[in-house]
Write a protein that binds this ligand. Structure first.
Ligand code: ADP
Ligand code: MG
Length: 266
């Protein structure tokens, strides 16, 4: 069993402090939902955990089984067992999914025997057309296909902990069910069982991926935690009563979509 422990995490972008002391502890096999208004820092948390360049860590710690991740490059965080599915999956011209996964498995010292068969099996499970596996990563794919592709990578790489940044956005009901079931299967069947941080606005994902704990993020902090009933309450009340977002409206980020491939180095 493993533990992902986030303590007092503070981080800035430019001269703005976005994460203002985040505490969160996830054990293998647990699902923690992170909800909260737009601009409250949820994606920033995901990116800082994974080590995306451009964020300055001001304090705190992030460990998996007492190994400090902050300061490690992205590929070493991936090797330590962390995986991120992007809110906006990137397109990587010239790099087929199968090549990226093969390199990731080799970097992790894992077998690539029967990789094509495994990928085809996972594609079938996820309703992802197998010929897309040979095409350049995410190029010209629909939003739903990109999210299935992210989930397929998760399934094949067997991380210890996965951060799902709005895995449900852009998915129709059937696709939502398929990706959520695949993540839920990893949570139940992997050894150790997958621990999940599911960033979402909607309870419908959590109906398929039942959370042990629901957290509300606001103003760069976790301001409330509760059981699954908190997601229902939030759906009814919205985020009225919580601190407003750090900004009135989040703007598209410069560099969003930049190449960020470390996660394939597992
Ligand atoms: P959420 O995912 O909760 O909607 P984000 O983490 O994307 O929120 O954004 C939190 C705040 O940080 C927003 O005000 C956003 O504009 C700002 N922000 C995030 N990343 C950057 C960046 N790279 N450059 C400038 N501002 C950023
Ligand atoms: Mg976000």
């Amino acid at each position: 069993m493993s533990v992902l422990k986030i303590e007092g995490l503070r981080a800035s972008v430019g001269d703005r402090e976005i994460l203002q002391g985040v505490d969160l502890e996830v054990q293998s096999g647990e699902t923690h939902a992170v909800m909260g208004p737009n601009g409250s820092g949820k994606s920033t948390l995901a990116h800082v955990l994974m080590g995306r360049p451009g964020y300055e860590v001001l304090g705190g710690s992030v460990t998996i089984d007492a190994v400090e991740l902050l300061g490690l490059p992205v590929d070493e965080r991936a090797r330590a067992g962390l995986f991120l599915t992007f809110q906006y999956p990137i397109e990587v011209p010239g790099v087929p999914v199968v090549d990226a996964l093969r390199e990731a498995l080799i970097a992790a010292g894992r077998s690539t025997a029967d990789l094509i068969e495994h990928m085809a099996g996972e594609a079938g499970r996820l309703g992802f057309a197998p010929d897309l596996l040979l095409r350049p990563m995410n190029v010209d794919l629909s939003g739903g296909e990109k999210k299935r592709n992210e989930t397929l990578q998760l399934a094949l790489l067997h991380p210890r902990f996965a951060v799902l940044d709005e895995l449900d956005s852009g998915l129709d009901v059937d696709a939502l069910r398929q990706v959520a079931h695949r993540v839920e299967a990893a949570r139940q069947e992997s050894d150790p069982p997958l621990g999940v941080i599911a960033i979402t606005h909607y309870r419908r994902l959590l109906d398929e991926l039942p959370p042990d704990v629901v957290h509300v993020m606001s103003g760069g902090r976790i301001v409330r935690s509760g059981g699954p009933e908190l997601a229902t309450e939030l759906e009814e009340t919205g985020y009225a009563g919580y601190r407003p977002a750090l900004d009135s409206e989040p703007t598209p980020l410069p560099g969003e979509g930049d190449s960020f491939l470390g996660k394939f180095s597992l």
